[in-house]
Design a protein around this ligand. Structure first.
Ligand code: ARG
Length: 506
């Protein structure tokens, strides 16, 4: 075999490499299999083609590539993108990565003009732009799923502002709360998650195209125009940072890990509440699974699996941070490891948010079980201490005095609100209206009394629901405002070759 014959007898793959002019022999198959990224980065094909379209269009507009070649390239890329999106063209085979695959497909399709596309570009800026574009559309999908879950929680909350149940601290019954208040606490978490995911959308909006391998280009390119064609906010201000930076991915991984941690806490409560021990809710059959041996069982398996998946979400974040730590500038092949973590993170957070929503929608609450759980634990003792404080007793003393009242109720085996008025009057002489005091020790009265801002009193919760609904609206508006990149719209409209593609950030 000739040293200059890459497809010679030692060549295992039919796919030509992008390099090899200076290599004397083929890469060992073991090394080849280990270093290729096509088996996973095929998922970037559509995003990469969009990045290619923007690059090609910029090269055309700046005159870096002649009009005839540019036309052929743009047409070829557009046709590839149509077929990839329609699933007519399988992205796979022996190529090193998705970028190599695209260049080979293009050149096979349009001939030698395809060999000009890589002018003023490297796979280092190419892969970076594709991953950013991919992340941006995945964030949109994840925010959509987050909005769905938060909306389901809000729906339940509207029905249950007056449904009382114990709130827990240290996993012990603490004070009365409402089901609406409890569910809204989860809704606020997921709304905050949506906000963090959106931040990762913004961070991914710096465009690395034109950074080349790391030093930009001697050609008269226009990185601002590339960014504009992709609907990204701006080009990177530094070509070395452009190809070395993975902060946007780290932010997305953090946002998705934290979302998964929140969903795990939600899942844990679904599991507890649907247990026989709590019995606060039942899961409809569509959201439960059975046991292969115990016919009576209905297991909250989706919630358990959701809780379990939070581990890998945190792992994905750690994986990228450790990969990037200690890397010298600029691009190093270690960075190829960014992709699977990010892919898995978005697969996990998207499907989990959708599952969390189905779990929420299929919960049937048992008001009586919740009400029963408000008894037997002197859950309004703090209300008595607060009443004493209102009557002028320092809270610390009121706390001690209430302890004595709790003991009296325990000795009689009654609830605080069932104590004989005469006994309560002796124990708490500072409060004249004993009947009113007894009434105030009912859980519903406690709920109504906790009307401080953000508290569980039904009218506060009603205000809170409005606030959460308008936050949800903000997320929906943001989603409505998302537009595909200008170059992608031009591709869909068949106007890639038209005089002007309107720019402007999406
Ligand atoms: N497959 C590579 C990645 O995912 C693309 C960039 C490779 N650049 C290079 N010079 N090998 O990061």
């Amino acid at each position: 075999m000739s040293a200059r014959d890459p497809a010679g007898s030692a060549g295992r793959s039919a796919a030509p490499r992008l390099w090899g002019g200076a290599f004397e022999s083929e890469v060992d198959p073991v090394i080849d299999a280990y270093t290729r990224s096509l088996p996973f980065d095929h998922r970037l094909a559509a995003a990469d083609l969009v990045g290619c379209l923007a690059h090609a269009r910029m090269l055309f507009e700046t005159g870096v590539i002649d009009p005839a070649s540019s036309r052929a390239i743009l047409k070829g890329l557009s046709s590839l993108l149509l077929r990839v999106e329609a699933g007519e063209l399988e992205v796979g085979g022996g190529d090193e990565d998705v970028h190599t695959w695209i260049e080979r497909q293009l050149t096979e399709e349009i001939g030698d003009a395809g060999r000009r596309l890589h002018t003023a570009r490297s796979r280092n800026d190419q892969t970076a732009v594709a991953l950013r574009l991919w992340q941006r559309s995945e964030v949109e999908r994840a925010v959509t799923a987050a909005v769905g879950f938060a909306g389901a929680l809000l729906e339940h909350a509207r029905q249950h502002t007056g449904t009382a149940l114990p709130g827990y601290t240290h996993m012990q019954r603490a004070q009365p709360t409402s089901l609406a208040q409890h569910l809204l606490a989860h809704a606020w978490s997921v709304l905050a998650d949506a906000g963090r995911l959106r931040r990762a959308h913004r961070t991914a909006g710096l465009c690395p195209l034109g950074a080349g391998a790391m030093a930009g280009s001697p050609h008269r390119i226009d990185p601002r125009r590339s960014a504009q064609l992709l609907g990204m906010e701006a080009p990177y201000p530094n070509t070395m940072w452009a190809v070395a930076d993975r902060d946007y991915a780290a932010e997305a991984l953090f946002a998705s890990a934290l979302t998964m941690v929140h969903l795990s806490r939600w899942a844990e409560e679904v599991i507890l509440w649907t247990s026989s021990e709590f019995g606060f809710a039942r899961l409809q059959d569509r959201a439960a699974k059975g046991s292969s041996i115990m016919p009576q069982k209905k297991n909250p398996e989706p919630a358990e699996i959701l809780r379990g998946k939070s581990g890998r979400a945190v792992g994905n974040l750690v994986s990228l941070l450790v990969t990037v730590k200690g890397l010298p500038l600029t691009y190093n092949s270690d960075l190829q490891e960014d992709k699977e973590a990010l892919f898995d993170a978005f697969d996990t957070v998207g499907s989990s948010l959708r599952v969390a929503r189905v779990l929420a929608e299929s919960l049937e609450f048992d008001r009586e079980a919740m009400a029963a759980a408000l008894e037997g634990s002197y859950i309004t003792a703090t209300d008595l201490a607060d009443q004493l404080a209102v009557a002028g007793v320092p809270f610390r003393s009121a706390h001690e005095r209430t302890g004595a009242v709790v003991r009296a109720a325990q000795e009689r085996g009654v609830e605080l609100w069932q104590l004989p008025a005469s006994e309560l009057r002796t124990l708490v002489p500072e409060i004249e209206d004993t009947d009113a005091l007894l009434a105030a020790l009912h859980p519903e009265a406690s709920l109504a009394a906790h009307g401080s801002y953000g508290g569980p009193a039904p009218e506060r919760v009603a205000e809170q629901i409005e606030l959460a609904a308008s936050r949800l609206q903000e997320e929906r508006r943001w989603l409505d405002e998302r537009k595909p990149p200008p170059v992608y719209r031009a591709h869909l409209d068949g106007e890639l070759l038209a005089e002007a593609i309107p720019g402007g950030a999406a």
